[in-house]
Design a binder for this molecule. Structure first.
Ligand SMILES: N[C@@H](CCC(=O)N[C@@H](CS)C(=O)NCC(=O)O)C(=O)O
Length: 233
């Protein structure tokens, strides 16, 4: 049985990590039986990150590698898509994972109002004094990385304006159809649905979370894209 190593369920999500949610969606779409295995500390994994898939003796780290592995086993995530649509799918996936993701990180780790909830949710198993030290150090490292990436230098308002253009583009792509490329869920929906779902679940109803929750196209889309996931209990 395939095992998905994922961060535990939190914030009402299968996992607070959009990449773990993406991997879970790809597994569901592949039709292969799988189970979750909750991991809180990713440091011993190949890239020090989650998700990781265990398939017998094989260990596949990184959600894109998990996708490639499932495809090598016969899964088809984009059936019927033209070469042009497949190219657009690749671009949309990168927009979600390499732009929207950093906006999400800043909404969670860079917002002083949200941070205490994130800290106590992600690191709740660590006793309070150590938790504050460990989580605070990690937060500093993450914010340093986001500063180098560049979006960390934007104000919250400027970030929201920047990501709003992505959200408008996604809503236009969805225009009148259930999923990004038509009536069937494809690989792009696993990435984009997971990212929007994570953004919508950020506690304290940040302006970004509200922006998605209140969007008459995007919010029902998130529900559709994540509907096949096992209940978080
Ligand atoms: N490119 C990776 C990204 C995975 C990723 O960034 N995972 C984050 C959680 S959303 C993580 O485990 N971060 C731990 C760390 O950086 O220390 C993928 O697609 O799987």
């Amino acid at each position: 049985m395939l095992k998905l190593l994922t961060y535990p369920a939190a914030l009402g999500e299968f996992s607070p990590s959009p990449f773990c949610v993406k991997a879970a969606l790809l597994l569901q779409m592949s039709g292969q039986p799988w189970q979750r295995e909750d991991v809180s500390d990713p440091r011993k994994t190949r890239y020090g990150k989650l998700p990781v898939l265990r398939a017998g003796p094989e260990v596949i780290a990184d959600s894109d590698n998990i996708r490639a592995w499932l495809e090598a086993q016969g899964a088809e995530f984009d059936p019927g898509l033209s070469p042009r649509d497949k190219a657009a799918s690749r671009a949309v996936i990168r927009m979600a994972e390499e732009h929207m993701y950093f906006i999400l990180m800043l909404d969670r780790w860079g917002n002083d109002d949200v941070w205490p909830t994130i800290r106590d949710t992600y690191f709740g198993s660590i006793p309070p004094v150590v938790r504050h030290l460990v989580a605070g150090g990690l937060r500093r490292d993450i914010l340093k990385g986001l500063n180098v990436q560049g979006l960390g230098r934007f104000s919250a308002e400027d970030r929201l304006a920047r990501v709003d253009a992505d959200l408008v583009a996604l809503a236009r792509m969805l225009d009148g159809q259930p999923f990004l490329f038509g009536s069937r869920m494809t690989a792009a929906d696993a990435s984009v649905g997971a990212m929007l779902s994570a953004m919508r679940s950020t506690p304290m109803a940040t302006p970004l979370a509200r922006r998605i929750a209140d969007d008459g196209v995007l919010s029902p889309y998130v529900d559709r894209a994540t509907a096949c996931l096992p209940a978080t209990g």
